[in-house]
Design a protein around this ligand. Structure first.
Ligand code: NAP
Length: 327
């Protein structure tokens, strides 16, 4: 029996490709000299896509008439046009839960690094300035007495909140909908959240709806002792407005793991001493990335074996069992 054809548009971790290879015929588009010619040659056989941090847009979906499933590596899937996939009956899966604790740990680390200026303190030691100039200057920022506002109190947001509670922080949040199962203070708008807190943690998904939610108005509301942490998606922040706010002292500092146009980081942010910048490492441990990769494999194998996936996204709910896959 022929194995389903899967398109791999961009490089993925070897453990994912090794996991898929026994079950599928893989078409590694990124290895082709002429990608368009290769795509044209296989397009009407492709039944699945495995993708990592690269776009799967309308144009690609439309080129693949037999496409059934897009398996995305990552819980955020703003790179995939899931709404359009939904209209075409194409399932989209992501990799939630297995990365929640890792990302929450990174978010807390980034918050402390930013508030206490730890990267600058480490540079001070490595540059020999401790010996030549004395102790690193006292930091204006402290976690003591801070109130944390979370934009996006979902799986990761809640894991961050639990950790922040252990640090003695009061927790507020803004989502589109109030959460029934948490004791934290809800705000119906992001501006009212920013007014109520001095530390704002962004964990909301990317996409048009959240694009540039954080701009001048929110940063002004956060205030001069304000600290912004972004572990969600870069597109949520207007980076030019943030750079200006950091330069002018509208807020105290920012810690960013994600950027609007990765891997490009605006020079205006690189130039600022009160910005801590990480290269999108929220989930980036071998163990967690392996668990995410296994979920990509399990979703594709499950779909083609018995019409089930483990983690469909909200836009493409899967029926309990697809008729085309039999019992
Ligand atoms: P989740 O459980 O779906 O949580 C997302 C939360 O955002 C939900 O509580 C949702 O609540 C809220 N939200 C969505 N749209 C919103 C809007 N327009 N305005 C206000 N709130 C909104 O997802 P998760 O697993 O926690 O992951 C969250 C995000 O983290 C991912 O989408 C991804 O972008 C990012 N992430 C980053 C890294 C990294 O390495 N830095 C790693 C993993 C994930 P409502 O539906 O009630 O609005």
């Amino acid at each position: 029996m022929s194995r389903p054809d899967i398109l791999v548009p961009a490089p993925m971790r070897e453990m994912i490709l090794d996991g898929l290879a026994p079950h599928f015929t893989l078409h590694r588009l990124y290895e082709a000299e002429d990608r368009d010619a290769m795509l044209a040659a296989v397009a009407d056989r492709i039944r699945g896509i495995a993708i990592s941090f690269r776009p799967v847009d309308k144009a690609l979906v439309d080129r693949l008439p037999k496409l059934e499933i897009v398996a995305n590596f990552g819980v955020g899937y703003d790179n995939v046009d899931a709404a359009y996939c939904g209209t075409k009956g194409v399932i989209v899966t992501n990799t939630p839960d297995v990365l929640t604790d890792e990302v929450a740990d990174t978010a807390i680390a980034l918050m402390i690094m930013t508030v206490r200026e730890l990267p600058a303190a480490e540079r001070w030691l490595r540059e020999g300035r401790w010996k030549s100039q004395g102790p690193f200057p006292l930091t204006r920022g402290t976690l003591r007495g801070r109130t944390l506002g979370i934009l996006g109190l979902g799986r990761i947001g809640k894991a961050i909140a639990t950790r922040a509670e252990a640090f003695g922080m009061a927790i507020h949040y803004h989502n589109r909908s109030r959460q029934a199962d948490v004791p934290y203070t809800y705000h119906p708008s992001l501006v009212s959240l920013a007014e109520a807190v001095d530390t704002l943690m962004l964990v909301a998904p990317g996409g048009e709806e959240t694009r540039h939610m954080v701009g001048e108005r929110v940063l002004e509301a956060l205030g001069p002792e304000g600290v912004l942490i972004n572990i969600g998606r870069g597109s949520v922040v207007n980076e030019a407005a943030l750079a200006a706010a950091l330069r002018q002292g509208t807020i105290l500092a920012a810690g960013l793991d994600v950027f609007e146009n990765e891997p490009q980081v605006p020079q205006a942010l690189l130039d600022l001493p009160n910005a801590v910048l990480l290269p999108h490492v929220g989930s980036a441990s071998v163990a967690t990335r392996n668990a995410m990769g296994q979920l990509v494999v399990d979703n594709l194998v499950g779909w083609f074996r018995d019409g089930r996936v483990l983690t469909p996204v909200a836009e493409t709910p899967v029926p309990a069992m697809s008729p085309r896959h039999g019992a």
